[in-house]
Ligand binder design. Structure first.
Ligand SMILES: [Zn+2]
Ligand SMILES: [Zn+2]
Length: 152
C-alpha cells in the first residue's frame, strides 16, 4: 500500500498544479499506467481499471487519460490510423512497435545528443522542438508465427 500512497501524492500535486481535482477514477487510471509497461489503449485501460472500479465508464477513462497527459503524468502515443496508446513513463525513451500485433515496447538504448544536433542542423528553416523515434518490426511472438507460416 505504501507505493499507492506515494503515487497518490505525486498525482495529487500534479493535478492541483494544473487546477484539476484528485478523483478516485483518475487515481485508478494513474495507478494502472504506473504499474504496466504495455502502453495500453484507452479500451485496455478501461478493462483493467474496471476490475478495481466496476462503475467507471469508458468516457471517464478517456477523460482521465487526457487529464493525466495534460498534467504531464502520462504520454500519449498517437498513430496515423488515429489509434492511441498511453505511457506512464514520462522520461525520454524510445519505442519499438510490432507491425503485426501493434504491441509497443520500451527500448533501453538512447540516441546521443550530438546526433540529434546534427539532424537539427539539416532542418533548415524548420524549428525543431522535439523528436520521436519508433522502431518497427516483429515482436518475438509474431516473429515465431511468421517463421512458422513461411516454413509450413
Ligand atoms: Zn507482435
Ligand atoms: Zn514507453
Amino acid at each position: 500500500m505504501s507505493s499507492h500512497s506515494t503515487t497518490d501524492l505525486r498525482l495529487r500535486e500534479a493535478l492541483e498544479a494544473s487546477g484539476q481535482r484528485f478523483t478516485e477514477q483518475r487515481a485508478a487510471v494513474f495507478h494502472y499506467l504506473a504499474t504496466t509497461d504495455v502502453h495500453p489503449t484507452a479500451d485496455e485501460v478501461f478493462l483493467a481499471v474496471r476490475q478495481e472500479l466496476p462503475v467507471i465508464s469508458l468516457a471517464t477513462v478517456y477523460k482521465s487519460l487526457e487529464t493525466l497527459v495534460g498534467c504531464g503524468l502520462a504520454v500519449k502515443l498517437s498513430y496515423a490510423d488515429h489509434s492511441a496508446r498511453y505511457d506512464g513513463r514520462t522520461d525520454p525513451h524510445h519505442h519499438a512497435r510490432c507491425v503485426v500485433c501493434e504491441r509497443v515496447l520500451d527500448l533501453p538504448g538512447e540516441i546521443s545528443s550530438g546526433e540529434i544536433e546534427a539532424l537539427r542542423g539539416t532542418a533548415g528553416a524548420f524549428t525543431v522542438t522535439g523528436y520521436r523515434l519508433e522502431l518497427s518490426g516483429y515482436c518475438p511472438e509474431c516473429l515465431l508465427s511468421q517463421e512458422a507460416a513461411v516454413s509450413a
